[in-house]
Design a protein around this ligand. Structure first.
Ligand SMILES: *Cc1c(COP(=O)(O)O)cnc(C)c1O
Length: 392
């Protein structure tokens, strides 16, 4: 056997699925007269509304910018608090900090890994300055929005869903039905990311959906330097800067890719759920493994396939396990190092190990296996064999 035998391409935990139609869509905008601030941004926004069922959508430069816009539009600032989960990407909590508001955390449900509604109220009681709840649909599995929405309504709080994992997912409604994530059935705003590993991609990109006309106007204003044309103003050149805004715009080039990707979203989610089902079957009864949770009546977007490995019972460290996977051309990831354990958060807010024990216990065992629409059955089988072999 030749030593020049072709090496297997590395299989990462997530990656984009781009086809020639996406390429053509981008190229046709590049050949047009408006490559940014043109009509395709609005077309992408209309398509996002049609897909999610929300009244309004505002696209912007990335998911982090979308979170920042949402927190600004909700009116948070110095003296306010925002409650989120420690089991998220740091951008969720940072977006509150950007406005001068303070992030607070509440522990996760041990099964779904989402914010546990039953622990939210004691956190709210302890911190009356909290004026918004920011649930994260971890791995694409929707949070218990009906319960969170009920708490928020009773206490007059804003709800901003960080659905960066969950475009294409469906949440349960109180009447026993389902609603698309992004319809804002139990929230004021829902935030999405179009980073390459997410449900659809525009390279970088993000969006906020809402049913509230006033929030919609504020989101658009903050996206574009706080500029607005006064109602009834006839001078073509006149605008007013009414707030401190940003340049968080998405280009028409990116929006065209988004429109093209959105057409295949349901297929993408379907393929992700097939891969998840393969992993469920392969690992479901393994004594050292806990598979990704499913919730009756809820549809996950399967952004991640998080699996818990009992490393101490397996007798290997997570580092050693990663090396074994890498030796078989697989690049898993860990989601997430809980936000409160990051150096910046520990030093600024005095958090320490033990503050959110369920999120920390999950973090100690979690690894994310490859899941993305272009992952082939052969590759998924290879991942299964590698995981089983790594624990023998
Ligand atoms: C990806 C992600 C973000 C940030 O999105 P970007 O588009 O990368 O800025 C925020 N929150 C969560 C939960 C994410 O997964």
């Amino acid at each position: 056997m030749s030593i020049l035998k072709k090496k297997r391409a590395m299989i990462s935990y997530g990656r984009q699925t781009v086809n020639e139609q996406d390429v053509e869509a981008a190229v046709s905008v590049l050949r047009s007269s408006m490559i940014t601030q043109g009509p395709v941004v609005e077309e992408f926004e209309r398509e996002l509304c049609a897909y999610t069922g929300a009244k309004y959508a505002v696209c912007c430069s990335n998911g982090t910018a979308a979170l920042h816009l949402a927190v600004l539009a909700a009116g948070l600032g110095p003296g306010d608090g925002a409650l989120t989960t420690p089991l998220t990407f740091v951008a969720t909590a940072n977006s509150a900090l950007f406005t001068g508001a303070t992030p607070y955390f509440s522990d996760i449900d041990p099964v779904t890994h989402n914010l546990d509604p039953s622990t939210i109220e004691s956190t709210l009681d302890a911190h009356p300055e909290i004026s918004a709840i920011m649930p994260v649909h971890f791995a694409g599995l929707p949070s218990d929005m009906a319960s969170i929405g009920e708490i928020a309504t009773r206490r007059s709080l804003r709800v901003i869903e960080d659905a960066c994992h969950a475009l294409g997912a469906e949440e349960a409604t109180v009447d026993g039905g389902v609603a698309k994530v992004g319809a804002c059935t139990y929230s004021d705003m829902t935030v999405f990311s179009f980073h390459p590993v997410k449900s659809i991609t525009t390279g970088e990109g993000g969006a906020i959906t809402t049913n509230d006309a006033e929030l919609y106007e504020r989101l658009k204003s903050f996206r574009n330097h706080g500029m607005r044309k006064p109602v009834g103003e006839s001078r073509r050149w006149f605008y007013e800067v009414e707030a401190l805004g940003y340049n968080y715009r998405l280009t028409d080039i990116q929006s065209a890719i988004g429109v093209s990707q959105l057409r295949r979203l349901d297929f993408f989610i379907e393929r992700r759920s097939e891969i998840a089902a393969q992993y469920d079957r392969a690992f479901g009864s393994h004594p050292l493994l806990t598979t990704a949770p499913t919730v009756e009546g809820v549809k996950s977007a399967h952004h991640l396939y998080p699996i818990e490995i009992d490393f101490s019972a397996a007798g290997i460290s997570r580092e050693e396990w990663f090396s074994r996977m890498e030796a078989r051309s697989i690049l898993p990831q860990v989601h997430y190092i809980p936000v409160h354990l990051h150096k910046y958060y520990r030093e600024r807010f005095g958090f320490s190990v033990g503050d959110f024990p369920r999120a920390e216990a999950f973090y100690a065992k979690e690894v994310s296996l490859p899941i993305f629409p272009n992952l082939t059955d052969v590759e998924a089988k290879h991942v299964v064999e590698a995981v089983l072999a790594s624990l023998e």
